[in-house]
Design a protein around this ligand. Structure first.
Ligand code: G
Ligand code: MN
Length: 309
């Protein structure tokens, strides 16, 4: 028992160290002229329809069948071109724009699902990332329900990704909102798992369906024994708790092979599918699998498609 406790304490210490390393990078001041310009235009950009989603596939590890999509926000800025969320989410979080943007995203994902359905494409659940501020809005479950109804989307096709740090500010409100959403039939994923503040207590308290193991634990999976132990122990814990597990940030065949060996059920990452604009996602939905870049091996080893790097 004492050994198990020491092991978990060790894991928690490692998770904390990685979070600090990551936050150190993300926490650099960004008060540049451009940042101020972007911040000032956030609200009108939402109204003017300058935001869009790119979608990235999630796959089952064994067969590489498409099991879901994650909607990733992009700002198609009329002067600066395509802007990635790390350049504007922090700015939006300083104002109410983050709530408006989050609400836009939930409606946009439902609308997109309805468009794919109208095009006769097979549908998979679409996951939207939710911010802390949005999660603490008491009206979030009602808003989500209205979006689903407006576009006639069954709740099982919408998933919300929350991070551990999303929930800390107002744990009671976050938990209550997530419970209602879960009761409506939405799936809830715990994103960037392992980098958050309180580690295991969130897994116990939040009504989550899936743990998404942070990509920092996947990057060195082939060479780092401790990362393999963390992934294996997370899988064992999730299995015991009846939770789904997805490994984020799979960038090469070695990582995929290792995740197969460890029995991780789902994967996401550049190796399988890069986030793509909506026009390209129809082909992925129709095929239900990544393009011919990766083929499922008959006997263990991966085969790379001709265009693999
Ligand atoms: O925090 P969250 O997991 O929602 O972050 C998603 C981000 O991760 C997106 O910006 C997406 O482009 C990026 N991403 C997706 N797959 C990979 C990958 O394989 N490697 C890296 N480095 N980033 C990825
Ligand atoms: Mn996410």
């Amino acid at each position: 028992m004492a050994r198990l406790a020491r092991f978990w304490l060790g894991c928690v210490a490692l998770w904390r160290a990685r979070r600090q390393a990551r936050e150190g990078q993300a926490g650099k001041p960004m008060a540049s002229v451009r940042s101020r310009e972007l911040q000032a235009r956030l609200d009108s950009a939402i109204v003017d329809g300058e935001f869009c989603f790119h979608y990235q596939g999630k796959f089952d590890t064994a067969q590489l069948r498409l099991v879901g999509l994650e909607a990733l926000l992009r700002w198609d800025h009329p002067r600066h071109g395509l802007i990635y969320p790390n350049a504007f989410i922090g700015l939006a979080e300083q104002t109410d724009a983050i709530v408006a943007l989050g609400n836009w995203g939930i409606d946009a994902a439902c609308r997109q699902l309805a468009q794919w359905r109208a095009a006769g494409l097979p549908l998979v659940p679409v996951a939207v990332n939710v911010s802390a501020r949005q999660l603490c809005q008491p009206h979030l479950p009602d808003f989500v329900l209205r979006c689903l109804q407006r576009h006639a989307i069954p709740p099982g096709l919408l998933e919300l990704e929350v991070t551990e740090s999303c929930c800390i500010d107002d744990m009671a409100q976050a938990t209550q909102g997530l419970r209602r959403l879960r009761a409506l039939g939405l799936a809830i994923s715990l994103d960037d798992y392992g980098t958050g503040h309180a580690g295991l207590s969130h897994v116990r308290m939040l009504p989550i369906h899936t743990i998404k193991i942070d990509r920092s634990f996947i990057a060195d999976l082939g060479s780092s024994g401790s990362d393999a132990v963390i992934v294996a122990s997370t899988l064992a814990m999730a299995r015991g708790l009846g939770l789904q597990v997805l490994a984020e940030g799979v960038e090469n065949g070695e990582q995929l092979a290792q995740l197969r060996r460890l029995g991780c059920p789902q994967v996401q990452g550049f190796y399988l599918h890069r986030p793509a604009p909506v026009a390209e996602v129809a082909a992925l939905l129709a095929a239900g699998a990544p393009a011919d870049r990766v083929t499922v091996p008959q006997h263990g080893a991966m085969r790379h498609g001709a265009d693999a790097q």
